[in-house]
Design a binder for this molecule. Structure first.
Ligand code: 6R9
Length: 650
């Protein structure tokens, strides 16, 4: 095995083709068409992106240069002017889509709202005027801390309309996490709600904002949306009810002409490692990239009801709940709640009720559903579905097959989409009418994305060898910098590997057909007796055992082997622990992967510590495995009890 690369040991050989009717109706309907687009984009990237930008978007002023690349600084569509909300809203009002549903929303209480493109435009204009009345100007930063209600999208679009830069902080984050982000981004105004519903309880958002703002000088105003009618304190002069302020507010608000490189938002990454980074995205390139990836990967049609379950607090919520779908004139479903004990089947009920046709969710949600059992999805009519998607982590083949069979009825392709906050949009994914699927592989790069797997010198590695997942050429959706820290941007993404490559921080391998198999973060690699093993493959092997619902694997320092593999396992509902299971699971991993990956220790648990977007916080598990005190940032932890429980049982 070459130098410090990562060994890849998992093999999956099944292949799934789209049906002929799916391929025929798709935007990109054959492998040949995909290859032709990819070749065109490789030979003339600027020509390719310029052609798409002209065809897919409306610009107020054309560019005079497609790309200005001074590594690691990229400027796309230099000199052009546009406003992303014009592409997401105004241009649809000139067409029959004026009265098409843009947003169908359902709250946890079962209350619903539907906004047509025309109504959404009206709301956004009023909201933008309200922000302006409170002193928000082009370039100012606005914090958004809301539940998943229509106002979350409205507030983002209102900022974009004015050229104010939004920074959305997930409503599940603590006051401390919010405060840190507001200070770092020098936010001038915060949009929040009195509260939000989550798992049958009210999250006291406004109270958290009050706590977060103590001593924060930059924030002059707080705009409060009423959602739960929870009693809250309103600080005179600082806090304003949205429903009061909008009285008599004009809904005339032309979009501001913005430079293509004007910052659109700052989004802090989920913080599974260290201090959060404020990833900066700009306007023109991001608009094009999210638009085109949405159109081709989700194969959107005007008749679709599209549901991406992400919260707007994550990049997936930015790119594939709000900007990409709206730019395409899609109908979006938004649900405030989450599957919960009182309504475990809500996901499937909503798909049936709203006739969802494209469904995009996270592997963690699929594994949770798998654990609950097939009877819940089976109880609903899911025949409206035609395409499924996943994002956030590698999906293990068992969960993939379950999703394909039980949810998709063996008729819906699954797009496994690899990307990051920093990439702005999806980088590696099947185009579902063109590329046959392999469970667990994100398949092939999007046309125009020069993704590769390399060693630490930046040299391509042979097929099926593990290495670092990199991108060799800029793309319109790429992050431009880290807010206030260009140096960290350079260091984190551009200096690890020579050759001016973008370093994703993920390990991957490419098989003999060029398919990408993402193996997880390289800092999640375990080094056993000189072999570097990706945690994800060992986890997938464990999860392929019939009694295992989910597994997380970390390394623990070992004087002999360097590291010892420690596994945390959640059993399927209905399966119970018995003597001999430790041995059986260890043996199973040996059989699936080899003796080198045999876990030294297995702990059985009810829950794993995860971020709210479903990523396992392995940093915390490593401390638990090593018997150390858990230190460092735990503000992104979804459920503290999961961690406490682990410590007690270990
Ligand atoms: C969009 C998003 C990025 C990290 C990324 C990788 C993991 C995301 C994946 C995947 C394997 C996929 N990741 N999608 N790994 N297969 N389809 O999740 O952004 O929150 O910034 O996380 O998530 O490790 O580097 P972000």
């Amino acid at each position: 095995m070459a130098d410090s690369s990562i060994q890849s040991i998992l093999r999956e050989h099944r292949l799934f083709w789209p049906s002929e009717s799916f391929a025929q109706a798709a935007h990109i309907g054959s492998r040949a068409q995909y290859e032709q687009l990819a070749a065109q984009a490789r030979e003339d990237p600027e020509g390719f992106w310029a052609e798409q930008a002209t065809r897919e978007l409306e610009w107020f002023t054309p560019w005079n240069q497609v790309l200005d690349w001074q590594p690691p600084s990229a400027r796309w569509f230099v000199g052009a002017k546009l406003n992303i909300t014009h592409n997401c809203l105004d241009r649809h009002l000139q067409t029959w889509r004026r009265n098409k549903a843009a947003l169908i929303w359902e709250g946890e209480l079962g209350d619903t709202r539907t906004l047509t493109y025309s109504q959404l435009h009206w709301e956004v204009c009023q909201f933008a005027n309200a922000l302006r009345a409170l002193g928000v100007e082009e370039g100012d930063r606005v914090g958004i801390y809301l539940p998943l209600i229509p106002e979350a999208a409205i507030a983002m679009l209102a900022c974009a309309r004015l050229g104010a830069i939004h920074t959305v902080v997930f409503g599940g984050f603590s006051a401390e996490a919010l405060r840190e982000r507001l200070i770092h981004c020098q936010v001038k105004l915060v949009v929040t709600a009195d509260g939000g519903w989550r798992k049958d309880a009210i999250v006291p958002l406004k109270a958290q904002v009050d706590q977060a703002l103590v001593g924060v000088e930059t924030v002059k105003n707080v705009l409060v949306v009423q959602r739960t009618a929870t009693p809250i304190t309103m600080e005179p002069g600082r806090d304003h009810w949205w429903h009061d302020l909008r009285q008599g507010m004009s809904a005339v608000c032309p979009p501001v002409d913005l430079d293509s490189e004007h910052p659109l938002f700052v989004l802090y990454t989920s913080g599974s490692t260290g201090k959060p980074k404020g990833v900066v995205h700009t306007t023109g390139g991001y608009n094009l990239y999210t638009h085109l990836t949405t159109k081709w990967i989700f194969d959107l049609r005007d008749t679709d009801v599209y549901w991406c379950t992400a919260d707007v607090g994550w990049v997936t919520g930015h790119s594939y709940v709000v900007y990409g779908p709206l730019s395409n004139g899609a109908t979006i479903l938004m649900y405030e709640g989450a599957p919960r004990t009182s309504r475990p089947g809500c996901t499937w009920e909503l798909i049936e009720k709203y006739q969802v046709s494209v469904f995009y969710t996270a592997p963690t949600a699929i594994r949770a559903a798998l654990r609950q059992g097939e009877h819940l999805p089976r109880a609903c009519d899911l025949s409206s579905l035609r395409l499924l998607g996943t994002v956030g982590e590698p999906i293990n083949p068992e969960a993939w097959i379950w999703f394909y069979r039980v949810v998709g009825g063996e008729r819906c392709p699954i797009v496994d989409t690899w990307w990051q906050t920093e990439t702005g949009g999806i980088m590696v994914s099947a185009l579902p009418g063109a590329v046959p699927l392999k469970p667990g592989s994100a398949t092939l790069p999007f046309p125009g994305i020069q993704a590769d797997v390399v060693n630490h010198k930046g040299e391509g590695v042979p097929p099926n060898s593990g290495g670092y997942l990199v991108v060799r050429y800029p793309w319109p959706g790429m992050a431009r910098t880290l807010y206030g820290d260009e140096e960290r941007f350079r260091r984190t993404y551009w200096e690890h590997i020579p050759g001016q490559l973008y370093f994703s921080g993920d390990g991957a391998r490419r098989d003999e057909e060029g398919y990408f198999w993402v193996m997880g973060r390289v800092d999640d690699v375990i080094n056993v007796a000189g072999h570097r093993l990706g945690t994800m493959e060992i986890e997938a092997a464990l999860a392929s055992h019939p009694v295992v619902a989910e597994a997380a694997v970390v390394g623990r320092p070992d004087p002999v082997k360097g590291e010892e593999i420690v596994a945390f396992v959640i059993l399927e509902q209905g399966s119970s622990y018995h003597e001999g299971l430790h041995q059986a699971l260890k043996q199973h991993v040996v059989q699936e992967i080899g003796a080198i990956a045999r876990p030294g220790e297995i702990h059985f648990t009810e829950a794993l510590p995860k971020t709210r977007s479903g990523k396992i916080l392995r940093r915390l598990l490593r401390s638990v495995a090593a018997g150390e005190e858990v230190t460092g940032d735990t503000s992104t932890l979804e459920d503290r009890a999961a961690l406490d429980q682990l410590r007690e049982t270990n």
